[in-house]
Design a protein around this ligand. Sequence first.
Ligand code: ZN
Length: 236
Amino acid sequence: MIRVTVWNEYEQDRNNEKAKAVYPKGIHNCIADFLRSDDIEVRTATLLDPECGLTQEVLDNTDVLIWWAHIRHGDVPDEIAKRVQESVLKGMGIIFLHSAHHSKPFQLLMGTTCHLCWREDDELERVWVVSPGHPIAAGLGRYFEIPEEEMYGEPFGIPEPDKLVFLGWYEGGEAFRAGCCWRRENGKVFYFQPGHETNPTYHIKEVQQVIRNAVYWCKSDYRAKELTGPHVERIQ
Ligand code: ZN
């Protein structure tokens, strides 16, 4: 059983009429509903919960954390962002979706600005599979399309991904590294660009497939107990 926690700041999909119409139960519950299966156990947490719902106990019992956020990154306390970062370094998997590129945990794990350029214009996005043999691309064709999505464009201020799985193309002309993998110490990190709050992106079956595949890929069988190494005597 893979234990997944879906975290959402739960702001626009709670207060903005257009986003609420697309995700009446919130983005976190939409994702939780399509992931929940015989081998994936899902819980959700939001900014409204005490400690953002991310106590050490929750993180210690999470194999893969999924993070959606947009306008309230600054309201996640630094100590909680650090707790998430350290859990990843110990071996927890993490998936950052869409505007989570500016979240504190993503920036801590990347160590760079994570800036990008953007345009909110409901454009067609064609998501190209550039690594068809990668587990996160399993079951997909050469590409899939998202009829309306926010454009995210290069340059994207990230360290070079260990593996680029998807490249997004938009009808407005831009291209973007839409699916990127990294390893950070014992943990795996996946960033996936689609998922603007007023577009029904998480209802698209290929998008759901990518997130499901990423859960399997991000899960590690190893979790370090501590990040500090002890002083040791030499072996005789
Ligand atoms: Zn957006």
